[in-house]
Design a protein around this ligand. Sequence first.
Ligand code: PBE
Length: 298
Amino acid sequence: MAQLAFKNLAVAASLSFVLLAAGCSSSDSKDESIEKKLDYSITGIEPGAGVVKKAEKATQEYDNLDGWKVTTSSSGAMATALGEAIDRKKPIVITGWTPHWMFEKYDLHYLKDPKNVFGESEEITTMARKGLKKDMPEAYKVLDHFNWKTEDIEKVMLDIKDGKSPSDAAAAWVKDHQAKTDEWTKDVKDGGGQTIKLAYVEWDSEIASTNVLKKVLEDKGYKVKATPLDNAVMWQAVAKGEVDATVSAWLPLTHGDLYAKYKDQLENLGPNLKGAKIGLVVPDYMDIKSIEDLKPNK
Ligand code: PBE
């Protein structure tokens, strides 16, 4: 009996050692369900962002996301949460987008989206108020010509991430890419101190693009007022002519609802960057490939 008790104790002790060992690494591995660790939440950004709205739509369209929620805060808070999760190798699902410095800094992937809620490929598009072409034809030309590539915007975003001010990062990029910016300002007359008003949202990509365009217009003799707004307010401000333009419109899907609402009241100058993307993003150490791999809260 005593021997048996001793044996049981030994088994219990070795078992608890195994459990303890497993427990130690549980935050780094898959033995506790990802969903529970995440509290069934997707780390979102600003409530007005298209990618947040699509993530909410995904929680409705994917049966396995039943009971999941999208928490909203800001792009900065999301980036901090992502960085902290990665430092501790914890699971996290974020609303992500490309272009973004996070793909340079961390090993991340988009979750496959078989229901195509987030679309395939987006274009960042320039929108102007009606009448801008007539009122400010020279500045309009710059807006119309403005276009660049993912590696361009990412360079500016990374510089800002690494501590440069947005205006310094923009100035450095402009200095290094004179040939490109010369194309945007080709045959454009000096602005003579005229003011042009741009609106944007404080997303990392839009901070970069707006600051670069601001610098180019300033070098061309314009005074540029760049105002950060909430997404819906930004679209409305261009539609109502309260600002002159934005380079922060994501189409066809991300801001598709806002474009449908305002398209008759503004002018679409076309894409300034192709090959953008939105979706749910996870660190590579999370062993999941698809939105369908997330488990229901049931
Ligand atoms: N974003 C960046 C925006 C568009 C630009 C993807 C965060 C959005 O979701 O509305």
